[in-house]
Design a protein around this ligand. Structure first.
Ligand code: CTP
Ligand code: MG
Length: 208
C-alpha cells in the first residue's frame, strides 16, 4: 500500500508531493519501482488525490490506483479495502530513495513470526523537551528512541483491526501500538528518509 494522497504542504511545490519529480521521475513512480524491485511484493496499491487518478495510472502503470482520503490513515484504509493479501507493507510515497532491500528485510521479519515490523534508526541529535515558553524542561534519553520509517509491515488481519478504530496517526504502527500488540523494530536505512521539506527535496535530488 503506498499512501500518496497528501498535498505536500510543508514541501510547498505546485503539485502534490507524490507527483514532484526527482531526476525526472516522480516520487510515486520511484516508490512503486523500489517496492517491486524488492522481489517480495506482488501487488501494489497506491492511494492518490482524486484529480490525479489518471496521472497516477500514467506514472505507475504497474500499480493499482485508488482515491485516497483527507488523512493519511484514510488513504491507507482506502488501499486496504481492495486487497486480500495476508501480509501488507505500507510505504510512504514520500520516501523515494528507499532501498529495495529494506522491503525484503521487513518481509523477512514478518515471515519469522512478527505481526508488526517497522524500520527505525538511532537518533543523532540531542533531544530536549521544552515548555510553552520554549524553556528546556529536560534532556531526553535518546538511547531508547528510534526515528521510524516505512515500509512498515503487518499481517493484514492486524492492520485491518488497527484501522477499524477510524483514527489517524502519523504511521500505521501507531494504531497497532494502541491495540497493545508488540511492534518489532528492525534496522532502518538512511536512504529511506522522507521528503518533507524543501531541504529534503534538494537532498533527494543530490542523492538520486
Ligand atoms: N498521505 C496520504 N493521504 C493523506 C495524507 C498523506 O496518502 N491524506 C501520504 C503522503 O502522500 C505521503 C505519506 O502519506 O506519501 C506521508 O505523509 P506526509 O509526509 O505528511 O505527506 P503530506 O501529507 O503530503 O505532506 P504535508 O503533511 O506536508 O502536507
Ligand atoms: Mg501530512
Amino acid at each position: 500500500m503506498i499512501p500518496a494522497a497528501g498535498m505536500g504542504t510543508r514541501l510547498g511545490e505546485p503539485v502534490p508531493k507524490a507527483f514532484v519529480e526527482v531526476g525526472g521521475v516522480t516520487l510515486l513512480e520511484r516508490s512503486v519501482t523500489a517496492a517491486l524491485a524488492s522481489g517480495v511484493v506482488d501487488d501494489v496499491v497506491v492511494a492518490v488525490p482524486e484529480e490525479l487518478i489518471d496521472r497516477a495510472r500514467q506514472v505507475a502503470p504497474a500499480a493499482r490506483v485508488v482515491v485516497g482520503g483527507s488523512e493519511r490513515s484514510d488513504s491507507v484504509r482506502a488501499a486496504l479495502a481492495v486487497t486480500d493479501a495476508d501480509l501488507v507493507l505500507v510505504h510512504d510515497a514520500a520516501r523515494p530513495l528507499t532501498p529495495p532491500g529494506l522491503f525484503a528485510a521487513v518481509v523477512d521479519a514478518l515471515i519469522a513470526g512478527a505481526e508488526a515490523v517497522v524500520p527505525g534508526l538511532p537518533v543523532a541529535d540531542t533531544l530536549k523537551r521544552v515548555d510553552d515558553a520554549d524553556l528546556v524542561a529536560d534532556t531526553v534519553d535518546r538511547s531508547v528512541l528510534r526515528a521510524v520509517q516505512t515500509p512498515q509491515g503487518f499481517t493484514a488481519r492486524l492492520l485491518r483491526r488497527a484501522h477499524e478504530s477510524a483514527q489517524d496517526a502519523t504511521d500505521d504502527a501507531g494504531l497497532v501500538e494502541a491495540l497493545g500488540v508488540p511492534v518489532h523494530v528492525i534496522a532502518g536505512d538512511a536512504m529511506a528518509f522522507k521528503v518533507t521539506t524543501p531541504f529534503d527535496l534538494r537532498l533527494a535530488r543530490l542523492l538520486a
